[in-house]
Design a protein around this ligand. Structure first.
Ligand code: AHR
Length: 524
């Protein structure tokens, strides 16, 4: 079929928030213990459902650790390659029975606790001060979720005073004693609970009960520290819960969270056609969620006369097949090229929705349904790492602009199936674009295109309607993620099986996008 893409640099959507390249660290599997800290006999495995006999335990050599004891390799990839701007912590479901007071002070005296969300025991060797120390080293803004399950408002207030207090008060002074410095942790972003709507959540509530409680908490928290940004707990963005919680909270918060995962990888060869489609078209559901959520936010702002903008924190997203990444294996999922194409579509969604999405946190940053997998002595980058890397590197700081795509439609099954009933069948080509202006006033355009056809390549005219700059001929910088096999994976011993190829090519206003590929074009 024929396809074309029109980019309209004079029709800006909004600036791409740097926080859409954020991450998430939860005390789950080998995320913290094994990913951020080396695993040790007392903290590995985090869950006894995956026992590791101490005599089989390989220690991480001290040379691979920072002086503070953190894994240097993970920290360097997150800081120097992905430039992750913000990280959400400590959960996730974990937070709903987390007592932050167990995780501060001398490490030998910290309480080991049963861990209720994922099973096993929590050593509390990584707590608030370690998280902040790690964030500082990694140049990352912390985003902390408070416990609205077993935790009280008083616990939350104490936590915020401990982190941000500058006065001569008990919890601020305790922080000074623990860290040996006067400087506060200065945690600006706080989330009001995790998935409080979910039946798996400790302290599940109805939307009405949550909204009433979160309102009281938000009121008290802003009395303690008016400078913090509060994120209310949303669901999928478009549910009954989202509507009610926004109505009840919109004047008390700064953002509303959404969680969504797409999955269903192409692992069963007999299901490849169906599964490939469900995998790569899955993120279209996220765009629908965001569009409806934006309308719900504005509806609530209208009825409550709230002038200030309320943004979306898509603070858990990613590709997760719950039959593959399970609690038994610490949610360790090995990703295919098809999953990477889905990841690129996820990021296209966040760029296209730049006017409302302020934060997006990939779930999760290491080992747990993650682009990075570690061993005691090294790491490899999964297929889904590469779209994140390219978007973070080339779309950050730009202004998202309107793109019009004419392409064949996908007629197969999508998940959820009703998305295509409402929105129409998805386009095989999925694109977003940003414009960047240098200090000298020169323009650069970046165009991200996912070809979600498994079999067909497209030769696509790319028209850029720009006054005052010529993008008709010259050279283009090309970054392409492709493999002959949509099920190809990276792994130990085949770390670069699926990786990007970067080149410069002649540019004549069109490009051929290979079947099942992701391409990012940079035009200067
Ligand atoms: O990221 C894994 C889990 O998914 C989180 O703990 C929870 O918030 C979500 O259900």
């Amino acid at each position: 079929g024929a396809a074309s893409i029109d980019v309209f640099p004079s029709a800006p959507i909004g600036r791409v928030s740097p926080y859409v390249f954020s991450g998430f660290l939860e005390h789950l599997g080998r995320c913290i213990y094994g990913g951020i800290l080396p695993a040790g006999p007392t903290n590995f495995p985090h869950t006894p459902r995956r026992p590791c006999p101490p005599d089989q335990f390989t220690p991480t050599p001290p040379a691979l650790l920072t002086p503070e004891g953190f894994r240097r390799d993970v920290l360097e990839v997150l800081r120097d390659e992905l430039a992750v701007p913000m990280v959400r912590w400590p959960g996730g479901n974990y937070v709903s029975s987390y007592n932050w007071k167990d995780g501060v002070g001398p490490k030998e005296a910290r309480k080991r606790r049963p861990e209720l969300a994922w099973g096993g025991e929590e050593s509390n060797q990584f707590g608030t001060d370690e998280f902040i120390a790690w964030c500082r080293l990694a140049k990352i803004e912390p985003y902390i979720i408070v416990n609205m399950g077993t935790g009280t408002l008083e616990d939350a207030l104490n936590w915020i005073e401990y982190c941000n207090g500058t006065g001569d008060t008990y919890w601020a002074n305790l922080r000074r004693e623990h860290t040996g410095r006067d400087e506060p942790h200065n945690v600006k972003y706080w989330g009001l609970g995790n998935e409080v709507w979910g039946e798996w959540q400790i302290g599940q509530e109805t939307a009405e009960a949550y909204a009433a409680k979160a309102r009281q908490w938000a009121h008290a928290i802003k009395l303690l520290d008016p400078t913090v940004k509060l994120i209310g707990c949303g669901e999928t963005g478009l549910s009954h819960w989202d509507g009610l919680v926004l109505e009840g909270l919109v004047d008390k918060v700064d953002g509303h969270s959404i969680h969504l995962y797409t999955g269903f990888g192409a692992r069963d060869r007999s299901q490849v056609e169906k599964e490939f489609g469900r995998t790569v078209y899955g993120p279209d559901a996220a765009e629908y969620s965001i569009e409806i959520c934006k309308a719900l936010i504005n509806k609530a702002r209208f009825s409550k006369k709230v002038a200030k903008p309320i943004t979306i924190a898509f603070d858990e997203y990613g590709v997760w097949d719950e039959t593959v990444g399970t609690p038994q294996n610490g949610l360790e999922q090995f990703y295919t090229l098809a999953d990477a194409l889905a990841m690129a579509s996820w990021l296209n969604v966040f760029v296209r929705q730049a006017d409302i999405v302020e934060i997006a946190c990939i779930a999760q940053s290491v080992n747990v349904i993650s682009p990075l997998i570690t061993s005691p002595t090294g790491l490899f980058r999964q297929t889904i790492y590469w779209p994140l890397y390219l978007f973070s590197r080339y779309m950050r700081g730009g202004t998202a602009v309107q793109v019009s795509v004419a392409s064949p439609k996908y007629a197969g099954e999508t998940l959820p199936a009703w998305i295509s009933d409402i929105k129409g069948h998805p386009s095989v080509l999925d694109a977003s674009a940003t414009v960047h202006t240098t200090e000298g006033g020169a323009h650069s355009i970046r165009i991200a295109v996912v070809n979600r056809s498994e079999t067909e390549s497209f030769q696509v005219p790319l028209r850029i309607a720009f006054q005052g700059a010529n993008f008709e001929d010259g050279e283009v910088e090309v970054h392409e993620l492709w493999h002959a096999d949509v099920n190809a994976q990276n792994g130990w011993g085949k770390e670069n099986e699926v990786a990007i190829e970067s080149s410069r090519a002649r540019w004549g206003g069109e490009w051929t996008f290979k079947a099942h590929s992701f391409t990012l074009l940079v035009l200067d």
